[in-house]
Design a protein around this ligand. Structure first.
Ligand SMILES: NC(=O)c1ccc[n+]([C@@H]2O[C@H](COP(=O)([O-])OP(=O)(O)OC[C@H]3O[C@@H](n4cnc5c(N)ncnc54)[C@H](O)[C@@H]3O)[C@@H](O)[C@H]2O)c1
Length: 288
Protein backbone atom coordinates (compact mmCIF):
# COMPACT_ATOMS: atom_id res chain seq x y z
CA UNK A 1 0.00 0.00 0.00
CA UNK A 2 1.55 3.27 -1.08
CA UNK A 3 0.64 6.83 -2.10
CA UNK A 4 -2.60 6.75 -0.13
CA UNK A 5 -4.09 9.29 2.26
CA UNK A 6 -4.98 7.89 5.69
CA UNK A 7 -6.45 8.89 9.04
CA UNK A 8 -5.23 6.88 12.04
CA UNK A 9 -7.17 7.27 15.28
CA UNK A 10 -5.40 6.68 18.57
CA UNK A 11 -2.23 7.36 16.59
CA UNK A 12 -0.47 9.18 19.41
CA UNK A 13 0.85 5.98 20.97
CA UNK A 14 1.12 2.21 20.77
CA UNK A 15 -0.32 0.32 17.82
CA UNK A 16 -1.76 3.48 16.23
CA UNK A 17 1.58 5.30 16.30
CA UNK A 18 3.27 2.23 14.82
CA UNK A 19 0.60 1.96 12.11
CA UNK A 20 0.99 5.66 11.24
CA UNK A 21 4.74 5.22 11.07
CA UNK A 22 4.52 2.08 8.90
CA UNK A 23 2.07 3.81 6.56
CA UNK A 24 4.38 6.81 6.12
CA UNK A 25 7.43 4.56 5.66
CA UNK A 26 5.52 2.81 2.86
CA UNK A 27 4.98 6.15 1.07
CA UNK A 28 1.55 7.15 2.35
CA UNK A 29 0.38 10.40 3.99
CA UNK A 30 -1.29 10.29 7.37
CA UNK A 31 -3.35 12.37 9.78
CA UNK A 32 -2.73 11.19 13.33
CA UNK A 33 -5.68 11.79 15.68
CA UNK A 34 -5.53 11.31 19.41
CA UNK A 35 -7.24 12.38 22.61
CA UNK A 36 -3.74 13.41 23.63
CA UNK A 37 -3.08 16.17 21.10
CA UNK A 38 0.55 16.59 22.18
CA UNK A 39 1.23 12.90 21.65
CA UNK A 40 -0.38 13.07 18.19
CA UNK A 41 1.75 16.13 17.36
CA UNK A 42 4.93 14.42 18.56
CA UNK A 43 4.23 11.43 16.29
CA UNK A 44 3.45 13.70 13.32
CA UNK A 45 6.62 15.76 13.96
CA UNK A 46 8.66 12.60 13.99
CA UNK A 47 7.09 11.42 10.72
CA UNK A 48 7.73 14.74 8.94
CA UNK A 49 6.03 16.35 5.96
CA UNK A 50 3.81 13.39 5.19
CA UNK A 51 2.01 13.58 8.54
CA UNK A 52 -0.29 15.98 10.36
CA UNK A 53 -1.80 15.83 13.85
CA UNK A 54 -5.17 16.53 15.40
CA UNK A 55 -6.17 16.37 19.05
CA UNK A 56 -9.67 15.23 19.97
CA UNK A 57 -12.03 12.48 21.04
CA UNK A 58 -12.81 10.22 18.09
CA UNK A 59 -16.12 9.24 19.65
CA UNK A 60 -17.22 12.72 18.58
CA UNK A 61 -18.55 13.05 15.01
CA UNK A 62 -17.07 16.53 14.73
CA UNK A 63 -13.54 15.27 15.51
CA UNK A 64 -13.83 12.51 12.91
CA UNK A 65 -15.05 15.05 10.35
CA UNK A 66 -12.22 17.45 11.26
CA UNK A 67 -9.64 14.67 10.83
CA UNK A 68 -10.99 13.72 7.40
CA UNK A 69 -11.13 17.41 6.38
CA UNK A 70 -7.54 17.95 7.52
CA UNK A 71 -6.40 14.89 5.55
CA UNK A 72 -8.28 15.94 2.40
CA UNK A 73 -7.31 19.62 2.52
CA UNK A 74 -3.63 18.80 3.16
CA UNK A 75 -3.02 15.63 1.20
CA UNK A 76 -6.02 14.94 -1.09
CA UNK A 77 -8.98 12.53 -1.08
CA UNK A 78 -9.02 10.09 1.82
CA UNK A 79 -8.27 6.46 0.93
CA UNK A 80 -7.79 4.74 4.28
CA UNK A 81 -9.50 5.10 7.66
CA UNK A 82 -7.86 3.32 10.57
CA UNK A 83 -10.32 3.05 13.49
CA UNK A 84 -7.77 2.13 16.11
CA UNK A 85 -8.36 4.21 19.26
CA UNK A 86 -9.50 2.03 22.13
CA UNK A 87 -10.37 2.19 25.80
CA UNK A 88 -10.41 -0.21 28.74
CA UNK A 89 -13.12 1.83 30.51
CA UNK A 90 -15.23 -0.29 32.84
CA UNK A 91 -14.63 -3.82 34.03
CA UNK A 92 -17.20 -6.23 35.49
CA UNK A 93 -20.89 -6.13 36.46
CA UNK A 94 -20.28 -3.10 38.65
CA UNK A 95 -19.25 -0.98 35.65
CA UNK A 96 -21.29 2.21 35.61
CA UNK A 97 -23.45 3.34 32.71
CA UNK A 98 -20.87 6.05 32.11
CA UNK A 99 -18.11 3.43 31.72
CA UNK A 100 -20.30 1.35 29.37
CA UNK A 101 -21.02 4.45 27.39
CA UNK A 102 -17.31 5.29 27.04
CA UNK A 103 -16.43 1.72 26.06
CA UNK A 104 -19.17 1.49 23.44
CA UNK A 105 -18.58 5.01 22.12
CA UNK A 106 -14.82 4.67 21.69
CA UNK A 107 -14.49 0.97 20.85
CA UNK A 108 -17.38 0.66 18.41
CA UNK A 109 -19.59 3.72 17.81
CA UNK A 110 -16.56 5.76 16.75
CA UNK A 111 -16.11 3.17 13.98
CA UNK A 112 -19.76 3.46 12.96
CA UNK A 113 -19.52 7.27 12.88
CA UNK A 114 -16.34 7.17 10.81
CA UNK A 115 -17.78 4.68 8.33
CA UNK A 116 -20.97 6.74 8.06
CA UNK A 117 -18.82 9.66 6.92
CA UNK A 118 -16.20 8.03 4.71
CA UNK A 119 -17.93 5.09 3.01
CA UNK A 120 -20.50 7.22 1.11
CA UNK A 121 -17.61 9.45 -0.08
CA UNK A 122 -15.74 6.42 -1.39
CA UNK A 123 -18.85 5.11 -3.14
CA UNK A 124 -19.60 8.52 -4.65
CA UNK A 125 -16.03 8.96 -5.88
CA UNK A 126 -16.02 5.45 -7.29
CA UNK A 127 -12.51 4.86 -5.97
CA UNK A 128 -11.69 2.03 -3.58
CA UNK A 129 -11.38 2.89 0.09
CA UNK A 130 -9.94 0.89 2.96
CA UNK A 131 -11.45 0.68 6.46
CA UNK A 132 -9.19 -0.91 9.04
CA UNK A 133 -10.66 -1.73 12.45
CA UNK A 134 -8.46 -2.45 15.43
CA UNK A 135 -10.63 -4.78 17.50
CA UNK A 136 -8.94 -7.43 19.65
CA UNK A 137 -8.70 -11.17 20.22
CA UNK A 138 -11.18 -10.31 22.99
CA UNK A 139 -13.68 -9.55 20.21
CA UNK A 140 -13.43 -13.13 18.95
CA UNK A 141 -12.84 -14.91 22.28
CA UNK A 142 -13.43 -12.94 25.49
CA UNK A 143 -11.70 -10.67 27.97
CA UNK A 144 -11.55 -12.30 31.38
CA UNK A 145 -12.48 -9.63 33.93
CA UNK A 146 -13.88 -6.99 31.59
CA UNK A 147 -17.43 -7.17 30.33
CA UNK A 148 -17.15 -3.70 28.78
CA UNK A 149 -14.06 -4.62 26.77
CA UNK A 150 -15.41 -8.03 25.69
CA UNK A 151 -18.76 -6.69 24.56
CA UNK A 152 -17.46 -3.56 22.83
CA UNK A 153 -14.74 -5.50 20.99
CA UNK A 154 -17.23 -8.17 19.87
CA UNK A 155 -19.35 -5.32 18.55
CA UNK A 156 -16.35 -3.85 16.73
CA UNK A 157 -15.73 -7.20 15.00
CA UNK A 158 -19.44 -7.46 14.18
CA UNK A 159 -19.52 -4.01 12.63
CA UNK A 160 -16.38 -4.62 10.56
CA UNK A 161 -17.87 -7.91 9.29
CA UNK A 162 -21.12 -6.19 8.38
CA UNK A 163 -19.27 -3.40 6.57
CA UNK A 164 -17.28 -5.88 4.52
CA UNK A 165 -20.30 -8.00 3.64
CA UNK A 166 -22.33 -4.94 2.67
CA UNK A 167 -19.77 -2.82 0.80
CA UNK A 168 -17.00 -5.26 -0.21
CA UNK A 169 -18.51 -5.78 -3.66
CA UNK A 170 -18.54 -2.03 -4.18
CA UNK A 171 -14.82 -1.57 -3.69
CA UNK A 172 -14.64 -0.95 0.04
CA UNK A 173 -11.95 -3.12 1.59
CA UNK A 174 -12.27 -3.92 5.29
CA UNK A 175 -9.79 -5.57 7.62
CA UNK A 176 -10.20 -6.35 11.28
CA UNK A 177 -7.06 -6.49 13.38
CA UNK A 178 -7.48 -8.81 16.38
CA UNK A 179 -4.26 -9.06 18.39
CA UNK A 180 -3.72 -10.60 21.80
CA UNK A 181 -1.03 -8.95 23.91
CA UNK A 182 0.85 -6.00 22.46
CA UNK A 183 3.43 -4.09 24.46
CA UNK A 184 1.60 -0.76 24.91
CA UNK A 185 0.29 1.44 27.70
CA UNK A 186 -3.19 0.01 27.23
CA UNK A 187 -1.97 -3.46 28.14
CA UNK A 188 0.66 -2.44 30.66
CA UNK A 189 -1.33 0.11 32.61
CA UNK A 190 -4.89 0.03 31.26
CA UNK A 191 -5.87 -3.36 32.64
CA UNK A 192 -3.08 -3.61 35.15
CA UNK A 193 -4.13 -0.53 37.12
CA UNK A 194 -5.20 0.07 40.70
CA UNK A 195 -8.81 -0.69 39.82
CA UNK A 196 -10.39 -3.56 41.68
CA UNK A 197 -9.19 -6.83 40.21
CA UNK A 198 -5.89 -5.50 38.96
CA UNK A 199 -3.92 -8.24 40.67
CA UNK A 200 -5.73 -10.89 38.63
CA UNK A 201 -4.93 -8.82 35.58
CA UNK A 202 -1.29 -8.80 36.57
CA UNK A 203 -1.40 -12.57 37.18
CA UNK A 204 -2.85 -13.11 33.74
CA UNK A 205 -0.10 -11.00 32.21
CA UNK A 206 2.53 -13.08 33.99
CA UNK A 207 0.94 -16.40 33.14
CA UNK A 208 0.39 -15.62 29.47
CA UNK A 209 4.00 -16.40 28.59
CA UNK A 210 6.06 -14.85 25.84
CA UNK A 211 3.24 -13.85 23.58
CA UNK A 212 3.41 -10.09 23.81
CA UNK A 213 4.32 -8.49 20.48
CA UNK A 214 5.84 -5.08 19.84
CA UNK A 215 3.52 -2.53 18.17
CA UNK A 216 5.96 -2.19 15.24
CA UNK A 217 5.68 -5.93 14.51
CA UNK A 218 1.89 -5.72 14.67
CA UNK A 219 1.93 -2.74 12.29
CA UNK A 220 4.12 -4.59 9.79
CA UNK A 221 1.85 -7.66 9.89
CA UNK A 222 -1.18 -5.41 9.51
CA UNK A 223 0.15 -3.72 6.38
CA UNK A 224 0.94 -7.17 4.95
CA UNK A 225 -2.64 -8.25 5.73
CA UNK A 226 -4.01 -5.11 4.08
CA UNK A 227 -1.83 -5.71 1.02
CA UNK A 228 -3.57 -9.09 0.68
CA UNK A 229 -6.95 -7.52 1.62
CA UNK A 230 -7.41 -10.17 4.31
CA UNK A 231 -10.44 -9.52 6.53
CA UNK A 232 -9.09 -11.03 9.72
CA UNK A 233 -5.58 -9.95 10.64
CA UNK A 234 -4.22 -12.09 13.46
CA UNK A 235 -0.71 -11.18 14.57
CA UNK A 236 -0.96 -14.05 17.08
CA UNK A 237 -1.80 -17.06 14.88
CA UNK A 238 -2.91 -19.11 17.90
CA UNK A 239 -6.02 -16.91 18.10
CA UNK A 240 -7.36 -18.68 15.01
CA UNK A 241 -6.91 -22.05 16.73
CA UNK A 242 -8.68 -20.79 19.85
CA UNK A 243 -11.45 -19.30 17.78
CA UNK A 244 -11.99 -22.55 15.90
CA UNK A 245 -12.06 -24.47 19.20
CA UNK A 246 -14.66 -22.02 20.47
CA UNK A 247 -16.89 -22.48 17.43
CA UNK A 248 -16.39 -26.26 17.35
CA UNK A 249 -17.52 -26.78 20.96
CA UNK A 250 -18.79 -23.68 22.71
CA UNK A 251 -19.62 -25.41 26.02
CA UNK A 252 -16.19 -26.97 26.27
CA UNK A 253 -14.60 -23.63 25.51
CA UNK A 254 -16.63 -21.90 28.24
CA UNK A 255 -15.71 -24.64 30.71
CA UNK A 256 -12.03 -24.12 29.91
CA UNK A 257 -12.35 -20.35 30.29
CA UNK A 258 -14.02 -20.80 33.69
CA UNK A 259 -11.13 -22.95 34.83
CA UNK A 260 -8.61 -20.40 33.58
CA UNK A 261 -10.45 -17.56 35.33
CA UNK A 262 -10.57 -19.40 38.63
CA UNK A 263 -6.87 -20.28 38.36
CA UNK A 264 -6.13 -16.58 37.96
CA UNK A 265 -8.41 -15.64 40.83
CA UNK A 266 -6.77 -18.19 43.12
CA UNK A 267 -3.39 -16.62 42.50
CA UNK A 268 -4.71 -13.03 42.77
CA UNK A 269 -8.13 -13.10 44.40
CA UNK A 270 -9.55 -9.68 43.61
CA UNK A 271 -10.73 -9.41 40.07
CA UNK A 272 -9.81 -9.05 36.41
CA UNK A 273 -7.53 -10.13 33.63
CA UNK A 274 -5.91 -8.30 30.73
CA UNK A 275 -6.08 -8.55 26.98
CA UNK A 276 -3.21 -10.97 26.62
CA UNK A 277 -5.03 -13.46 28.86
CA UNK A 278 -7.10 -15.20 26.23
CA UNK A 279 -5.63 -18.71 26.46
CA UNK A 280 -6.69 -21.79 24.58
CA UNK A 281 -9.27 -23.25 26.89
CA UNK A 282 -9.84 -26.14 24.52
CA UNK A 283 -6.21 -27.12 24.91
CA UNK A 284 -6.58 -26.50 28.63
CA UNK A 285 -9.54 -28.87 28.66
CA UNK A 286 -7.59 -31.56 26.85
CA UNK A 287 -4.82 -31.28 29.39
CA UNK A 288 -7.25 -31.42 32.28
N1 LIG B 1 -2.18 -3.56 23.60
C1 LIG B 1 -2.85 -4.69 23.47
O1 LIG B 1 -2.50 -5.71 24.06
C2 LIG B 1 -4.07 -4.74 22.58
C3 LIG B 1 -4.55 -6.00 22.22
C4 LIG B 1 -5.67 -6.05 21.41
C5 LIG B 1 -6.25 -4.91 20.94
N2 LIG B 1 -5.76 -3.70 21.30
C6 LIG B 1 -6.42 -2.51 20.77
O2 LIG B 1 -5.47 -1.75 20.04
C7 LIG B 1 -5.92 -0.40 19.97
C8 LIG B 1 -4.77 0.52 20.29
O3 LIG B 1 -4.40 0.31 21.64
P1 LIG B 1 -2.89 0.34 22.13
O4 LIG B 1 -2.62 -0.97 22.76
O5 LIG B 1 -2.01 0.85 21.08
O6 LIG B 1 -3.05 1.38 23.33
P2 LIG B 1 -2.30 2.74 23.70
O7 LIG B 1 -2.85 3.11 25.01
O8 LIG B 1 -0.83 2.59 23.53
O9 LIG B 1 -2.79 3.73 22.56
C9 LIG B 1 -4.12 4.08 22.42
C10 LIG B 1 -4.19 5.53 22.00
O10 LIG B 1 -5.57 5.83 21.75
C11 LIG B 1 -5.82 7.10 22.29
N3 LIG B 1 -7.25 7.22 22.59
C12 LIG B 1 -7.96 6.57 23.52
N4 LIG B 1 -9.24 6.97 23.49
C13 LIG B 1 -9.34 7.88 22.51
C14 LIG B 1 -10.40 8.66 22.00
N5 LIG B 1 -11.63 8.56 22.51
N6 LIG B 1 -10.15 9.50 20.97
C15 LIG B 1 -8.91 9.61 20.45
N7 LIG B 1 -7.87 8.90 20.90
C16 LIG B 1 -8.08 8.05 21.92
C17 LIG B 1 -4.97 7.18 23.54
O11 LIG B 1 -4.76 8.53 23.95
C18 LIG B 1 -3.70 6.50 23.08
O12 LIG B 1 -2.76 7.40 22.55
C19 LIG B 1 -7.10 -0.30 20.94
O13 LIG B 1 -8.31 -0.33 20.20
C20 LIG B 1 -6.95 -1.55 21.79
O14 LIG B 1 -8.17 -1.95 22.33
C21 LIG B 1 -4.66 -3.58 22.11
Amino acid sequence: MTDRVAVVTGGGAGIGAALASALVDAGNRVVVVDLDGDAAQAVADRLGERARALGGDVADDAVIAAAVDLAESTFGPLDVFVANAGTTAGMGLDSTDAAWSTALNVNVLAHVRAARLVVPRWLERGTPGYFLTTASAAGLLTQIGSATYSVSKHAAVGFAEWLSVTYGDRGVAVSCLCPMGVNTALLNSGFDSDREGASVAAAAVTSAGGDVLEPEDVARMTLDGMEAERFLILPHPQVLTMYSHKSADYDRWIAGMRRYRSTLERSAPDGNAPDRSTPDPAADTRQG
